[in-house]
Write a protein that binds this ligand. Structure first.
Ligand SMILES: NC(=O)C1=CN([C@@H]2O[C@H](COP(=O)(O)OP(=O)(O)OC[C@H]3O[C@@H](n4cnc5c(N)ncnc54)[C@H](OP(=O)(O)O)[C@@H]3O)[C@@H](O)[C@H]2O)C=CC1
Ligand SMILES: O=C(CO)COP(=O)(O)O
Length: 333
């Protein structure tokens, strides 16, 4: 049975991967709340006890002594803020399995960048359904987990169903080097995070195929235009796309080799077609096809996303996709 009363100064981060660990570290460092990182493997708890780190996710980075690491979901009972920092495709299952532990008064914040692959639904809708909650928030924007955990300056966005709620969450989760901007556009913020991953793969393909930095700049700006059309068609605000969670994150992931999506794209560009990859999480590879399908259903033109989806699905090689993109009718920018 879900606990009804919650303590707003108790934060639990679910998912002990790179991002969850980094968010837990900055929140614990700020000293504003008691912070627990909930792992699903006992070895993470043991590693933290022995080394003060989570080397499986963030090798060599010392975590704050105030952080609590646990593998017991009961730590969720009474937590005021719960961050869901597992991959997009695990959000539904996590919501379902943790339903009994999360209080009705808790602020649940999705910290994944994607949409549900099987349905194209927003992750906020998916998690609200599983937790029987409303007003699930979302945290997104430009920030690599390792940078955040090392205390390098980072700015991201937290979007809630009201700007007042978002401001409360931004204040609670920000720290000396981690700054959150509140937003009331949950749709725009989460779709920006989902689509920039697909566009980062496109930029990686361009880099891997040796097509030059001019092509990358063209992809970033034309990609931003299609992101904007998609966000507006799904009820978000086109303006959000120009902020941290859209343009900011797109620039970061489309240009930094720290990005897994970019590296995956580079491998595609080098091999010329879809091939096996390292096994690390590449959210854009899940989002590409479903975004292209939903765009088709909505009548939204998304040529870059469609090309990435066709390459990943093995329906087109890089050379053909490029020829198709370059031979599209010339239209006004
Ligand atoms: N890494 C980064 O720099 C950033 C990542 N993000 C986003 O954060 C999300 C997570 O990415 P990241 O942390 O990098 O991924 P990782 O691959 O580093 O970690 C994923 C973690 O999720 C855990 N997990 C998977 N399924 C469940 C579940 N059902 N319940 C609880 N935990 C689960 C895994 O547990 P186990 O270890 O037991 O398998 C693993 O610890 C992605 O959507 C990503 O786009 C956003 C900004 C920055
Ligand atoms: O979203 C990220 C940084 O903002 C992390 O990007 P990757 O998942 O491509 O590594």
């Amino acid at each position: 049975m879900a606990a009804e009363s919650v303590q707003k100064d108790r934060i639990v981060v679910v998912g002990s991967g790179a991002f969850g660990t980094a968010l837990a570290a900055v929140a614990a460092s700020s000293g504003k709340a008691s912070v627990t990182l909930l792992a699903r493997r006992e070895s993470i708890v043991e590693d933290f006890k022995q080394t003060g780190r989570n080397d499986s996710a963030l090798p060599g980075i010392d975590l704050p002594g105030a952080l609590i690491v646990s593998d017991d979901p009961a730590v969720l009972e009474g937590a005021g803020i719960v961050l869901f920092a597992m991959p997009s495709q695990a959000q539904r299952e996590a919501g379902r399995s943790l339903y009994g532990f999360i209080g009705k008064g808790a602020d649940v914040v999705i910290c994944a960048k994607g949409m549900e692959r099987a349905s194209g639904r927003l992750l906020t809708d998916v998690v609200e359904e599983e937790l029987h909650l409303q007003n699930v928030a979302v945290l997104s924007g430009p920030g690599f987990a390792a940078d955040i955990a090392k205390g390098l300056p980072t700015a991201m966005v937290v979007a809630a169903s009201s700007i007042e709620r978002a401001a409360v969450l931004a204040e609670a989760l920000s720290g000396a080097t981690f700054r959150l901007y509140p937003s009331a556009d949950r749709i725009g913020v989460q779709l920006g995070g989902a689509l920039k991953n697909v566009l980062a793969i496109a930029c990686g393909i361009v880099e891997g195929a040796g097509l030059g930095d001019s092509a990358r700049a063209a992809l970033i700006s034309r990609g931003l235009a299609e992101m904007s059309r998609f966000v507006a068609a799904r009820g978000g605000e086109a303006d959000t796309v120009r902020g941290l969670s859209g343009l900011g994150d797109l620039v970061l992931t489309a240009t930094s080799h720290q990005s897994r999506n970019l590296r995956y794209g580079i491998a595609l560009g080098q091999s010329g077609s879809a091939s096996g990859h390292s096994g690390e999480l590449v959210e854009g590879a899940f989002a590409a096809s479903v975004a292209a399908d939903v765009a088709r259903q909505l009548g939204v033109d998304m040529p870059v996303t469609a090309a990435v989806a066709a390459i990943i699905d093995g329906k087109m090689d890089v050379k053909t996709a490029l020829e198709r993109l370059m031979s599209r009718p010339i239209t006004q920018e």
